[in-house]
Structures are given as structure tokens and as C-alpha cells.
Design a protein around this ligand. Structure first.
Ligand code: FAD
Length: 444
């Protein structure tokens, strides 16, 4: 770690959404010495767009007004009027209700979308340059006392260099090395899976070009268009000049996600699955037009996967967060939001970690509060995918039932009381500390 007079060193592995947001919070705590290690030499813009729901926004606000502002500076209003209410709109793409609006998710004033690359750039502006090292790919972790007999987490990078810290927080994405260390390489939940063999085909087009073919209502909002041979989704990006358009097809991809990037979605999947526009002739005209645009250029395609549930997110002085802990399918639009919730809880807990001996209590409290909720979101995202594909019983046949499902799910993900989540975590931390000082283990 860099030279410092501060008492607790925290190494964050991975400078993605989770790692940078967490660092932005922790760096404000004078008792912490925080350093981020990121494997890439710079973040590439791979054309991913995010429509962050209310819980993501609340988590950023808890991390600090500057974190929230960084997002606001990079995001675009989905609505044309700032005070116009806007939501992710779910439409039938096929069948007797083709073109009908089924439900709205996350309705709010000032709904925005943001490109992942822009959001990362915004968060990066909050991190002093000497607090992040790029081109450092973690390869190995072990814990051992240092020469003063103080327990340290030691770690090595693929270039052979080594570091140590009092605590290591792994925000290294879906193919996490930290997850592999915590669970063991051979644990059945360590590697991501693609149980239902989803393939997401995506393209990035100029918004003006898209509007020549697609009804305006699908290019200026975040629509999800349902159907049995694939659901379609668009996200306006880069201040409305580009449109990220995608078709997600169930049952055609290779079972395990592969790819160069550590993300819930690996860019350039290497999958041989192809999008076949002839399968969409019964979809409504704008849906067919989006499929044609995507078929013409699938260069921004993704192979998706998620994690089966980890039995714990932390052990001793090491924890995982974000996609490293709970990568989910992208269909509930809540992966980044859950990563930000993790960061908000850890940030809150570390405000009270004034001695290295308290790290384990904080990580145990983080695990107890965040694991059930984030794993429920992984399950929910799988269910969203099946509902979108008309593969969850007959729920798709009844617009009212479908609307109720989305309303309840949206309430669970988006309307959570995150202040209470932080308080619950702090109460567990204090219980753990009390238990430890009275001789009991902090981990129940
Ligand atoms: P990542 O963003 O993957 O970051 C991990 C970082 O760690 C990377 O920078 C990587 O280079 C680095 N790294 C990896 N391995 C190492 C190593 N060994 N050593 C050092 N560094 C390493 N979420 C939403 O909330 N709303 C949405 O609308 C939404 N839409 C989505 C649409 C799509 C198509 C997809 C695929 C996902 C979507 N998500 C959405 C999910 C969201 O993108 C992810 O959940 C989020 O990016 C996770 O952030 P993270 O920081 O945990 O992981």
C-alpha cells in the first residue's frame, strides 16, 4: 500500500461500478488508507447502457452527494421534460396483446439512463490518481501475520508484484478471483453459469438512424418488448445521441459464459449462436425493426450468466461485493443497483471500523444484511427472464397478472429502505463487537 500515517489499510480489487463507488465513500474516512487495484489499463466503452432504478440512486446518495452528482452529470433524462414522470415500459411484442403496454417499472420524475463507461468516468473523477493503480490483475490471496505479528491480507498480481493490507474487498466482477479464494476454486457456486442458455445480442446505433425505422416511443424511453422467441430492450445513451438496442434469446447460448471482460456480461462472447430475424415475423412492426437493426450488427453482443448462491460473502478479513458476490442476469435491471447497495452498506460499516480487530465484525454484518437481499435479486432476475420469454407458466396470458408481478417485483428491488438496511447492518456490527468483547464469536 502507499505510504500513509492512517491506521487501517483497505485494498479494493476491481475499479468497476462497485469498486469505484465504494472507494469514493471510504476515501472520505480519515482513519482508512484506501487503494484500488484494477486489471485493465483503461476502461473500454463497450456500449453498455444502464437505466438505474430508485434503489441505485438512493445508494449513491448514501455514499455521498458527490457520488450522486457524478451520476447526474453523466446521465441523460429519458423524458423530454425534466419533471415528466418516466418508467421502464414493458410492452407485449407478440400475440393477441401485441403493442399493448403491460407494466411500468421504477416510475419516477427525472428517470435517466447512463452509459456504463460514462458512469465509470464520472466515479473515477472522484478518486485521486495515487489511489488507483491500473494494469494490476489480482492472481492470489493469502492471510498471514506480518513481522509485527499483526494479521494481514497478502495478495499477488499476475505481474508477480505483491502487496498487503489489513482488509481486502473484492469488486472484481463475475469471474472474480476473490470469490474463488473465498469459496474455493471447486465450489459449485464459484464459476458463473448460464442455466437457461441466454444469449443477448446487442447493437449500438445512432439514435437518428434508429428513428427512421422504429416508433419514437421505443427510442426515447427504456422499453422491454416481450415475446416467446426473444425479448427486446432499448436504452438511450450518450446524451440521447446513441441507442443501445438488444434482443435476448433463451435456450441458444453455450451453458457457461466466457469472454475477456470480468462483467455480468462478457463482451464479445465467442458464442456461435446467431440471431435469426425470420423468427420474429409475428412480432409487431417496431419490434421487427429493432430485431433487423440488431441482426445487421451484433458487435456489442453479450454472453450472460449469473452466480448460484454463495454460502457467505466474507471470511476473516476478505469480502466480495457487486457482481463478484452476486452476478445476476440483466433482466431485472438491478445488478449495478445491488453493487451500489453493497458499497453503501460497507461504507457505512467502515465508518466505525477504527481498529483492524473490528474488520471481521463489519464484514460479518455486511454478509448478514446484504446476502439475503442480493441473492433474492439474482433469483428474481432469472424469473424476469422467464416471464419475458413467456416461459413462466401462463402468467403472460393475463395482462393484469403480469402487471401485478412487475409491480410487486419492482417494489422489492426499487423501493427498499436503504437507510434502514444501513442501520440493520450497524446494529449487527455492534452486536458482533459486544459478543466478541463478552467472549462470544461475532459470527453467529
Ligand atoms: P464490473 O462492472 O464487472 O467491474 C469489475 C471490475 O473488476 C472491472 O473493471 C474489471 O476489469 C476488474 N477486474 C476483474 N478481474 C480483476 C482482477 N483479477 N484484478 C483486478 N481487477 C479485476 N444493472 C442495473 O442496475 N441497471 C441496469 O439497467 C443494468 N443493465 C444491464 C444491461 C446489460 C446488458 C448487462 C449485461 C448488465 C446490466 N446491469 C444493469 C448490471 C451491471 O452492469 C452490473 O451488475 C455491474 O456492472 C456490476 O458492477 P461491478 O463493479 O460489480 O462489476
Amino acid at each position: 500500500m502507499g505510504s500513509t500515517t492512517q491506521s487501517i489499510s483497505v485494498a479494493i480489487i476491481g475499479g468497476g461500478i462497485a469498486g469505484l463507488a465504494l472507494a469514493a465513500g471510504l476515501l472520505k474516512k480519515s482513519h482508512l488508507d484506501v487503494h484500488i487495484y484494477e486489471s485493465v489499463t483503461e476502461h473500454r466503452d463497450v456500449g453498455a447502457g444502464l437505466a438505474l432504478h430508485r434503489n441505485a440512486i438512493k445508494a449513491m446518495a448514501l455514499l455521498g452527494p458527490e457520488v450522486h452528482q457524478a451520476y447526474l452529470d453523466k446521465a441523460i433524462d429519458i423524458a423530454s421534460e425534466a419533471d415528466q414522470e418516466m418508467a421502464t415500459k414493458i410492452y407485449y411484442g407478440q400475440g393477441p396483446h401485441a403493442g399493448e403496454l403491460v407494466a411500468e417499472l421504477g416510475r419516477a420524475k427525472g428517470r435517466k439512463s447512463v452509459s456504463r463507461a460514462d458512469l465509470l468516468a464520472g466515479f473515477l473523477e472522484l478518486i485521486p490518481k495515487d489511489r488507483i493503480t491500473f494494469g494490476k490483475k489480482l492472481s492470489k490471496i493469502w492471510e498471514a501475520p506480518d513481522s509485527d505479528s499483526a494479521l494481514k491480507v497478502h495478495f499477488e498480481f499476475s505481474d508477480g508484484t505483491r502487496c498487503s493490507a489489513d482488509c481486502l474487498l473484492g469488486a472484481d466482477g463475475i469471474h472474480s478471483v476473490v470469490r474463488s479464494h473465498l469459496l474455493g476454486r471447486d465450489h459449485p457456486a464459484t464459476q458463473p453459469k448460464n442455466h437457461e442458455r441466454w444469449q443477448v445480442f446487442r447493437t449500438l446505433v445512432s439514435a437518428d438512424e434508429a428513428r427512421k425505422h422504429i416508433d419514437d416511443k421505443y427510442t426515447r424511453t427504456v422499453p422491454i418488448i416481450l415475446g416467446p422467441r426473444g425479448h427486446i430492450n432499448c436504452i438511450p445513451m450518450n446524451k440521447g445521441t446513441r441507442l443501445s438496442a438488444g434482443v435476448a434469446v433463451r435456450g441458444i447460448a453455450a451453458p457457461a459464459p466466457t469472454g475477456p471482460e470480468s462483467s455480468s456480461s462478457s463482451h464479445g462472447s465467442g458464442s456461435t449462436a446467431k440471431l435469426d430475424p425470420s423468427l420474429y415475423s409475428d412480432y409487431h412492426p417496431s419490434a421487427r425493426a429493432i430485431v433487423s437493426l440488431v441482426t445487421a450488427d451484433t458487435s456489442a453482443s453479450w454472453s450472460v450468466g449469473d452466480h448460484d448462491h454463495a454460502p457467505y460473502y466474507a471470511k476473516s478479513r476478505v469480502a466480495m461485493l457487486g457482481d463478484a458476490a452476486h452476478a445476476s442476469l440483466p433482466f431485472a435491471g438491478n445488478g449495478a443497483a445491488q453493487a451500489l447497495e453493497d458499497a453503501a452498506v460497507l461504507d457505512h460499516l467502515f465508518s466505525r471500523v477504527l481498529q483492524p480487530g473490528r474488520i471481521e465484525d463489519a464484514l460479518s454484518a455486511y454478509d448478514a444484511v446484504r446476502r439475503p437481499r442480493s441473492q433474492a435479486v439474482v433469483d428474481l432476475a432469472r424469473k424476469f427472464g422467464r416471464v419475458y420469454a413467456y416461459a413462466e407458466g401462463d402468467i403472460h396470458e393475463d395482462p393484469d397478472k403480469l402487471g401485478d408481478f412487475f409491480a410487486l417485483a419492482g417494489q422489492f428491488t426499487n423501493e427498499a429502505d436503504l437507510r434502514k438496511q444501513n442501520e440493520d447492518a450497524m446494529n449487527k456490527f455492534e452486536d458482533g463487537v459486544r459478543g466478541r468483547s463478552s467472549g462470544k464469536s461475532g459470527r453467529e
